[in-house]
Design a protein around this ligand. Structure first.
Ligand SMILES: NC(=O)c1ccc[n+]([C@@H]2O[C@H](COP(=O)([O-])OP(=O)(O)OC[C@H]3O[C@@H](n4cnc5c(N)ncnc54)[C@H](OP(=O)(O)O)[C@@H]3O)[C@@H](O)[C@H]2O)c1
Length: 342
């Protein structure tokens, strides 16, 4: 195949602004797919890497962005599940590979079979925006020990699941998965996103800025599992108070225990990095279930409610998108970059 012209948004180093420029077009190895990237979901972890808050030891210059959708344009010899022309969504796990060829912010990027699903005729922007379902599923089913969805019909399971930050992309998919698995979900977000969170399947909504947030959550508890999908230090203090009122326990936070937070005796704040869960052989079945079974079916049946998507532009707009996330100016929506529009 003739190599198409590749262009990428390069991150020159920590603290440096993105620069759009040429890149080699990668060639897929055995188990790899080359994807013409059509849409990349902009994630908070990316600007945190640029700012040095998330200390991934990356070799610079590099290309990041790991949740994207597109069309398969070349496959390695061991690829069995995908073929040229397939429309797919993927998580390239680029940040843990330390390999710019797997970064989503380019016109042609590599990924592997494991974290890839076919999307049928679902629009690329919508598909890209569901790819961090992977983190939410890992959090609930691998780290918090909840049961997976097994319906229809939706089973009714004992236990309430508290999701703080239920309007974030991570929280939205955690809310839907937990509700579909049959748990009663209590979602916490800003009041303006109450209807959105209910539409994801939360049975109860609590305004995170309410003066009585602790009391409201204590009254709704106890909780079988507590996930802080998006949080800040004062929120973790609230979670500590809520868990303590029910005799102690732990919460899982996507950013871990925040500096300076002291939790009551008997309460613990935990962290997990979900992007590498698939590397553990004991998670193989779970990974295949999520990407090749659940996600493909959910997309086909339009079962998942996708967080509202805003198309922001081509590769030259990635920096602007990161700046918006950094400012906290993105609420209840997912920004999407469309390589090729630059
Ligand atoms: N550990 C990992 O492997 C991993 C993986 C993926 C993501 N993350 C982290 O998970 C977090 C969420 O990521 P995302 O992609 O879902 O973000 P996102 O969709 O961009 O998050 C935006 C949302 O966060 C909510 N939010 C902001 N501050 C909040 C707070 N203090 N309490 C509750 N909600 C708050 C806002 O909701 P309202 O406007 O309704 O308040 C907004 O809708 C980020 O910190 C990200 O870095 C970690």
């Amino acid at each position: 195949m003739t190599s198409p012209q590749n262009i990428a948004a390069w991150l020159p180093g920590v603290g440096k602004q993105l620069e759009v420029g040429p890149a080699d077009t990668p060639v897929p190895d055995n188990n790899e797919l080359l994807v013409e990237v059509k849409a990349v979901a902009v994630q908070p972890a990316e600007y945190k890497i640029q700012e040095g808050v998330l200390p991934f030891p990356l070799k610079y210059p590099t290309i990041i962005g790991l949740s994207f959708s597109g069309v398969v344009v070349n496959v390695g010899s061991a690829v069995t599940r995908f073929k040229i022309g397939d429309r797919i969504v993927t998580n390239s796990a680029g940040t843990i590979r330390n390999d710019s060829r797997f970064g989503g912010y380019q016109r042609y990027a590599l990924t592997t079979q494991e974290l890839t699903a076919k999307i049928g005729d679902v629009p690329f922007e919508q598909a890209a925006a569901v790819s961090n379902l992977y983190g939410a599923a890992s959090a609930l089913f691998l780290h918090l020990g909840l049961e997976k969805p097994s319906g229809p019909p939706t089973p009714k399971r004992d236990g309430k699941v508290l999701i703080w930050g239920a309007s974030s992309s991570f929280g939205a998919y955690a809310t839907q998965l937990a509700a579909e698995a049959g748990y009663t979900v209590v979602g916490v977000a800003s009041a303006r996103n109450a209807e959105l969170v209910r539409s994801f399947g939360a049975a109860h909504f609590v305004d995170r800025n309410s003066a009585t947030v602790s009391d409201e959550l204590i009254a709704l508890g106890p909780f079988k599992a507590v996930l802080a999908a998006a949080d800040a230090a004062p929120d973790q203090v609230v979670l500590g108070r809520v868990l303590s009122a029910h005799g102690g326990g732990s919460f899982l936070s996507t950013m871990g225990l925040r500096p300076g937070v002291t939790l009551p005796v008997g309460v613990e704040g935990k962290f997990a990095q979900y992007v590498d869960d698939y590397l553990d052989p004991k998670n193989k079945d779970s990974t295949e279930w999520l990407w090749w079974d659940y996600l493909e079916q959910a997309l086909q049946e339009r079962k998942l409610r996708v967080v509202p998507v805003t198309r922001i532009g081509g590769l030259e707009k990635v920096q602007e998108a990161w700046n918006l996330l950094h400012k906290g100016a993105v609420s209840g929506e997912r920004l999407v970059i469309t390589p090729g529009l630059e």
